[in-house]
Design a protein around this ligand. Structure first.
Ligand code: FPP
Length: 257
């Protein structure tokens, strides 16, 4: 059977030559999408999961190497218990239902975020998702679950400090590259582009370290409405951006010169 994630068509080409390698997505607006239709919030999250599947398919077709999605933040525990259960239920459903298809589509799943305060069954599922797809070599799908960038940075600092105290590392060896190697998604390149839906224009504790030179595209649509066309438009917008990484503007050719 064909994987639901591999629907490559001849027309499904990368929309722009200057395509990003790594795209991060803040999937915002599920609740507002549902409220605008008089539906319960869970319906917005269910439709959000559909949009996530579509985004994974599109990311494969567009030839991205990494897609990182913000699916549950450390701050989301302050939501009503019922909504938290719904979101955990959707995560479990996604892994149980889609893992085989993700593997068939050669998608490597990585999870970032704190595991130790998750229930054992959720931890086991996350570990299973990573183990099952460990040898996949296509798109890497990084799911940020129970994730917070400040917490990630603090945990890395703590681990490095402990290594220094135990004499395993010389503090003078701790530079930016070494620090990055101790973050959750070590080894993944920084996101070139971060897309946020719902019209909000902030990072909300997502990839604070890694986003130092990311480009941002903020879309007015809510996440359940995010489709392949919106994704392609965001990549095309990225293709127009001039990235300097703190350097000076590239030399402009002078007429006649
Ligand atoms: C933000 O919308 C979205 C979330 C907090 C959850 C994102 C979850 C999914 C897209 C589907 C589930 C996928 C997995 C892998 C668990 P919001 O609820 O903050 O919307 P609002 O700001 O309009 O209230």
């Amino acid at each position: 059977m064909r994987s639901m994630f591999s629907n490559k068509t001849p027309a499904a080409a990368t929309p722009d030559k200057r395509a990003p390698v790594h795209v991060g997505v803040i999937m915002d607006g599920n609740g507002r999408w549902a409220a605008a239709r008089g539906l319960p919030r869970i319906e917005g999250h269910r439709r959000g999961l559909e949009a996530l599947r579509g985004a994974v398919r599109a990311a494969i077709d567009f030839g991205l190497d990494y897609l990182t999605v913000y699916s549950f933040s450390v701050e989301n525990w302050s939501r009503p218990q019922e909504e938290i259960s719904d979101l955990l239920g959707l995560l479990k459903f996604f892994i149980r239902n889609d893992l085989a298809d993700l593997r068939k589509a050669d998608v490597k799943v990585r999870i970032i975020g704190r595991r130790d305060d998750l229930k054992p069954d959720v931890r086991a599922l996350l570990a299973e998702a990573e183990a099952t797809t460990r040898d996949c070599g296509g798109l890497t799908l990084i799911v940020a679950f129970n994730y917070g960038a400040r917490q990630e940075i603090a945990a890395a600092a703590r681990a490095i400090a402990e290594d220094a105290r135990a004499g395993r590392i010389d503090p003078s060896a701790v530079d930016a590259a070494y620090f990055a190697s101790r973050l959750d998604a070590a080894g993944a390149p920084d996101p070139d582009l971060i897309i946020r839906t719902s019209g909000e224009q902030r990072l909300s504790n997502f990839l604070l370290w890694q986003a130092a030179y990311s480009e941002f595209v903020f879309l007015p649509m809510h996440w359940p409405d995010f489709d392949r066309k919106a994704f392609a438009a965001a990549l095309a917008e990225y293709g127009q951006r001039e990235r300097r990484f703190g350097g000076s503007a590239p030399a402009v050719s002078v007429a006649g010169g």
